[in-house]
Design a protein around this ligand. Structure first.
Ligand code: LMR
Ligand code: MN
Length: 426
């Protein structure tokens, strides 16, 4: 540990103890290193505090122990409180490691005081403010992100990253679509290197779609696809495996799921009964995808896991889907979807290209329509169709009565067994 540290102990004995602790740190003797460097007599020495933090950090990493990691983080934050006496270089190095560990631990709000220090020390560096914004967004605190963004944009009105995040917050937190479009457009216009991210293109396109500005949405989707942010202008999922075959509608015979389809079709009347008998369990759709009407769902499996008790309510449904391993897809759901007459679900895309979506039509399908990509189809009672919901799709119920379908997501057939096991759930 080169360099001068503030608060070096005056007493040669304690100075020597600290050298010893440092040696123990180098040799991986972490518990005794931590104990030695934590001595009362060494309080106020930045070097001692650094050795303590580093010991805890390395020990936490080696033992994969979150409690040690939290202690390490606290020790780094404690060290950073001596910031006025730390050099720029040291402050940045320690702050970076502290933030890295905080993010790894997932306690994003704890990064705030660290970023505040960096912002105070380097007031001209917009980077730290933008990273604080991201931390707040990761912690689901768009309200806090909003405050930082407003300050940032006052100082840097043309900063692309801040503009893009502000547009994102306006859209997703405050539902201010027009304003959100203005900020996102400004962030992405020209060859905006800095904010050139798939999610910003996605949200700009989605806001434009919601506003009914279809031509502008199409332009953004084309530009996003050209830049490699989307698989194609129509297929705009953000969590993708690149080589999978892309097609909006899948003929049943083009999939390995013919048996599952036939089993579902053969039992459709029982499945319908199970769906209707569980009516009190349906929940309103919460993603804000419908432009008008009523739409509710009953989850049976989510991310490949049964919602406890649901298979008792839908035993036939569960026994059929349980015979196909691919229907325990951790990037999808199995659910009943109930849509009232007069509903319009606006154009949207699912999150991933790793699943195909089956619909088994169960009731009131007359004058109901689903468009996937460019092709619009109708449900047929007791029949299954299969589409890829990472393509833009849109649904209308222009008929009467409640339309019920069973939705079964299955792994995309091109995924390997290893991928099905290791892809993070969605
Ligand atoms: C969708 O993914 O949007 C559709 O499956 C919804 C539905 O119930 O038709
Ligand atoms: Mn959908």
């Amino acid at each position: 540990i080169e360099d001068d540290w503030p608060g070096e102990p005056n007493d040669p004995f304690w100075s020597q103890q600290l050298d010893l602790a440092e040696e123990e740190l180098r040799q991986g003797a972490w518990p005794s290193c931590e104990q030695r460097a934590s001595a009362m007599e060494l309080k106020g020495s930045a070097r001692a505090q650094y050795v303590v933090a580093k010991c805890l950090d390395l020990m936490a990493e080696a033992k994969k122990d979150n409690r040690l990691l939290s202690r390490a983080i606290r020790a780094y934050v404690e060290l950073l409180k001596m910031n006025e006496r730390l050099s720029d270089r040291k402050l940045v190095e320690i702050a970076r490691r502290a933030i890295d560990r905080i993010q790894f631990r997932g306690t994003y709000l704890n990064a705030e005081p660290v970023y505040r220090l960096l912002i105070r020390r380097f007031p001209d560096n917009v980077h730290y403010r933008n990273n604080l914004t991201v931390s707040f967004l990761m912690a689901n605190r768009a309200d806090l992100a909003d405050t930082v963004l407003k300050e940032t944009l006052k100082l840097w009105p043309n900063d692309r990253i801040a503009l893009a995040h502000y547009g994102f917050v306006l859209k997703n937190q405050f539902n201010k679509l027009e304003e959100s479009v203005i900020y996102l457009q400004k962030a992405l216009e020209g060859d905006a290197e800095a904010a050139n991210e798939p999610r910003f293109f996605y949200h700009l396109g989605d806001a434009l779609l919601q506003l009914g500005r279809l031509k502008e949405a199409q332009e953004i989707h084309e530009k996003g696809a050209k830049l490699g942010h989307f698989l194609s202008p129509e297929q705009r999922s953000l969590y993708n495996v690149a080589r999978l075959k892309s097609r909006p509608w899948w003929p049943i015979e083009a999939t390995p799921y013919v048996k599952l389809v036939r089993d579902l079709e053969n039992s459709w009347k029982e499945i319908l009964k199970e769906g209707l008998a569980a009516k009190e369990l349906f929940e309103k759709e919460k993603e804000g995808l419908k432009e008008r009407g009523e739409w509710s769902q009953l989850d049976v499996f989510v991310r490949g896991q049964e919602i406890p008790g649901r298979c008792k309510r839908a035993p036939v449904t569960c026994s059929i889907v349980s015979q196909e391993a691919s229907a325990r897809c951790r990037r999808g759901q199995i659910k009943f979807s109930l849509m009232e007459a007069g509903t319009h679900v606006r154009p949207h895309v699912g999150p991933t290209n790793c699943r195909l979506r089956m619909h088994l039509a169960l009731s009131n399908t007359k004058d109901t329509y689903i468009r996937v990509g460019k092709v619009t189809r109708q449900w047929e009672l007791g029949k299954v169709f299969i589409f890829d919901d990472s393509f833009e799709h849109e649904v209308w119920h222009n008929g009467t009565g409640s339309r019920l379908v069973l939705i079964v997501d299955v792994w995309h057939p091109d995924l390997t067994a290893a991928e099905r096991k290791t892809l993070p759930a969605i």
